[in-house]
Design a protein around this ligand. Structure first.
Ligand code: ADQ
Length: 729
């Protein structure tokens, strides 16, 4: 197996100072992610790179080295700006849809960039091209691209543990393009749910204009995949603790103290995304509307201290404690308080005992990437008892469909679901819990690691083709002798951007005398069939090339007219054009708000041109229009193509490539074939041409063509040289 380099903000160990002394001790951190990744770390013989938390002493450094843990050294102030600053005061609130809590501070972003650079440098020092690097979470979103620049061949996976928000929310971020480009350095980007994957793809499309097809996009000659891989928990580890003797003792003790009361359990990091105040309000609502539960039920709420250096976390804590006090004051009676609140971390065994005790788990985040607590509760309930009440805003909700779902903002609705959960009979509890239990146990954290790693390694490293760029004389030198000897030759020429330079206004690109002359000369040569295969409409092509002895294919293969004929023939079945009625008004609206943009009507397509619009505005509107159209037309028999400052919506099933095949079959066999083109629609021809045919792309970039030339001028020179050669033969 390849060596795996794991990268996370924190190393999986806690360094603590021994009491009174200056020596340090090193303990493995607890938590599902660490237990999930530890076997991979052990097996692959790789290293784990992250911040150590404390400055390691030389002895600790040695110990870290023995465990193949590489600390990244970051000055304290820079770390604060990166961690508490940009990571937790900009990205964290924004990605959880708390825009009003965001602080966007350039200096903090600079620190974020700089820490990501430090990580990249550290990885580059140890990484080899055959290694796999797996980067974790939102603190390191710039890292994939930085690493790609330093170690180009290395395979990089990235996993985001928090939600990726809607593109509308994400675009608020001042550094949105840097962050997206940072991610694009990865080969595989993993998120917890399809929704987050969708959101990310939409941001790539809207903000960078990069299309994703079936979860894959192309960037800088590489392919990048975006996939949903919900994380699991370490069920074995959890169950071992939850069913240990220690846990049994806790359970007996808890039961004795609680008596016959129903227990509703909440376990959360004390974070505003977890929605504790609303949870408490729902609990208050239940006690207010159904007084019998005041003495017969209790809420045990664990809150783990978290990010205590950030001010907004203090306010959250104050608010939670005030509400707890208020509710206990209102509805408590001697010996019976309705909320038992603990602001502390508890041991695995205690937590396990609480999960086993709880009749209901109340998991109500306002937003949560996934939520492990929900899965942990389910994993301890193979007795089939217990009810999971789960917020629909937790990523885990999409996997745990048998839970009672709540919208935590709806206080009455939530209180009603809690009551339903407390009252639920054992039969229904079992029916709901059993399937969830099996799902959670089967998809544990080890399966998650396997799935992500096999997706990362299975991905083919596909070399995208960049055809060699040649001078027209060099190309003519190769092609001329072959054309000179051909008995039946086919020449298929694209027009706009290939034979003719683009003009500011679309209709101004009529053929020059030079072009008409070249086409006339070619058309009059015996043994050569010349076609113009263009996206333009029939009338324009007929008008412009009516007097030239070449054949015409219009509208990307929809119509054909042989040289000398005056009638056009439709290729393929008659189209179903009802979609035009829906699309036309949308294009009209976008034209109205984009000065300079225009609509072109073709028989089986509509085109939105924005070459004459302001550069930035045109680009922006086009990206938005593309995503609107994609949503609107999903499932319709149309294709949406974005070209050189045009968006074309056209009937599916026609393309230039099919037209090429039609000609090749009806007029062939040919002993010389050459096609030229400059954009995506011409790639349909290049992809269908036989091996020994010549395809020439005009302009740079990735293409299936065999060769490339710089400009339409070069193509014209090439064509003139070919005419000379044929004449001289
Ligand atoms: P978190 O926001 O930390 O994780 P969560 O998934 O709920 O949220 O995990 C919390 C963990 O802390 C659980 O394993 C739980 O058992 C433990 N815990 C909570 N209270 C505790 C207590 N009082 N004592 C001891 N342990 C306690 C981020 C994302 C999540 C995503 C995970 C994993 O925000 O959405 O599920 O990463 O990808």
């Amino acid at each position: 197996m390849s060596r795996v380099i794991l990268v996370s903000n924190r190393l999986p160990v806690t360094i603590s100072r021994s009491r009174g002394g200056s020596s340090q001790t090193l303990n493995m951190s607890s938590g599902g992610l660490v237990t999930g990744l530890a076997p991979l770390h052990a097996k692959s013989n790789g290293v784990w790179i992250g911040h150590p938390g404390e400055n390691p002493t030389p002895e600790t450094l040695n110990e870290l080295k023995n465990r193949r843990l590489v600390p990244v050294d970051v000055p304290a102030r820079e770390y604060r700006n990166y961690y508490e600053g940009f990571s937790n005061s900009a990205l964290w609130p924004l990605f959880h849809y708390f825009i009003e809590r965001c602080e966007f501070d350039t200096a903090q972003f600079e620190a974020y960039r700089s820490v990501n650079e430090r990580f990249a440098d550290e990885i580059a020092r140890v990484a080899e091209p055959d290694d796999l690097v797996w980067v974790h979470d939102y603190q390191l979103m710039l890292l994939p691209e930085m690493l790609r620049q330093r170690v180009p061949g290395v395979r990089i996976g990235f996993f985001l543990h928090i939600p990726f928000p809607s593109s509308e929310t994400f675009r608020v971020l001042p550094q949105r393009t840097q962050i997206l480009r940072g991610l694009l350095g990865a080969d595989l980007i993993g998120v917890h749910t399809y929704e987050y994957a969708e959101n990310l793809q939409r941001s790539f499309r809207r903000l960078l204009g990069i299309e994703t097809v079936r979860g894959e996009l192309r960037y800088s000659g590489r392919s990048v995949r975006i996939e949903a891989h919900p994380i699991g928990i370490d069920t074995d580890d959890l169950r071992e603790a939850a069913f240990s003797q220690k846990a049994d003792r806790y359970l007996v003790d808890l039961k004795r103290r609680i008596g016959d009361r129903q227990v509703v359990l909440g376990v959360d990091r004390l974070d505003y995304t977890k929605g504790l105040p609303l949870k408490l309000q729902a609990w208050r609502q239940l006690l207010a509307s159904s007084p019998r539960w005041r003495r017969r039920a209790m809420l045990i709420q664990l809150a783990v201290p978290s990010r205590e250096n950030i001010e907004s976390y203090h306010q959250q804590k104050d608010e939670v404690e005030r509400l707890v006090g208020e509710i206990n004051g209102l509805y408590g009676s001697p010996g019976r308080i309705p909320i038992h609140y603990m602001y502390q971390s508890v041991s695995k065994e205690e937590l396990g005992a609480l999960y086993r005790l709880a009749d209901v788990a109340f998991v109500s985040p306002l937003r949560d990437g996934l939520n492990l607590v929900a899965k942990e509760y389910v994993a301890t309930r193979d007795d089939g008892g217990g009810v999971l009440v789960l917020s629909e805003f937790a990523g885990a909700a999409s996997e745990l469909g048998e839970s009672l779902r709540i919208n935590p903002w709806d206080i009455e609705g939530t209180a009603a679901q809690i009551e339903r959960a407390i009252e639920m009979d054992f039969g229904e509890r079992q029916e709901r819990m059993r399937p969830m239990y099996h799902r959670v146990v089967q998809n544990d954290v080890h399966r998650w690691v396997e799935r992500f790693m096999s997706a990362l390694t299975a991905q083919e490293v596909e070399e995208l083709r960049f055809p060699p760029s040649l001078q027209s004389q060099v190309l003519a030198g190769t092609l001329a002798p072959q054309l000179a000897n051909a008995k039946n030759a086919l020449l298929m020429l694209d027009y706009d951007g290939s034979l003719r330079e683009f003009t500011e206004r679309y209709e101004d690109a009529m053929p020059t005398d030079e072009i008409l002359e070249i086409l006339t000369d070619f058309g009059s040569l015996d043994g050569i069939k010349t076609y113009i295969n263009s996206g333009r409409d029939r009338n324009t092509l007929g008008e412009w090339f009516g007097n030239v002895p070449v054949s015409l294919i219009a509208e990307h293969g929809s119509w054909i007219r042989e040289a000398g004929d005056s009638d056009w023939t439709r290729m393929g079945p008659p189209p179903d054009l009802r979609w035009k009625e829906i699309v036309r008004p949308v294009l009209a609206e976008y034209s109205e708000r984009t000065p300079g943009a225009r609509i072109e009507e073709k028989s089986s397509a509509l085109v939105w041109h924005y070459r004459e619009a302001d550069d930035a505005l045109g680009e922006w509107q086009a990206l938005e229009l593309m995503s609107v159209l994609e949503d609107m037309l999903s499932g319709s028999p149309v294709e949406i193509l974005s070209g050189a400052r045009v968006i074309e919506i056209r009937q599916q099933g026609v393309d230039k490539g099919r037209a090429f095949e039609f000609v090749n079959e009806s007029e062939g066999p040919f002993d010389f074939i050459m096609a030229t083109g400059d954009d995506r629609t011409d790639e349909d021809i290049f992809a269908r041409m036989p091996e020994d045919a010549y395809s020439v792309k005009i302009g740079g970039g990735q293409s299936n063509a065999r060769a490339a030339v710089g400009s339409p001028g070069s193509i014209r020179r090439l064509l003139r040289a070919l005419i000379e050669a044929r004449r001289g033969a």
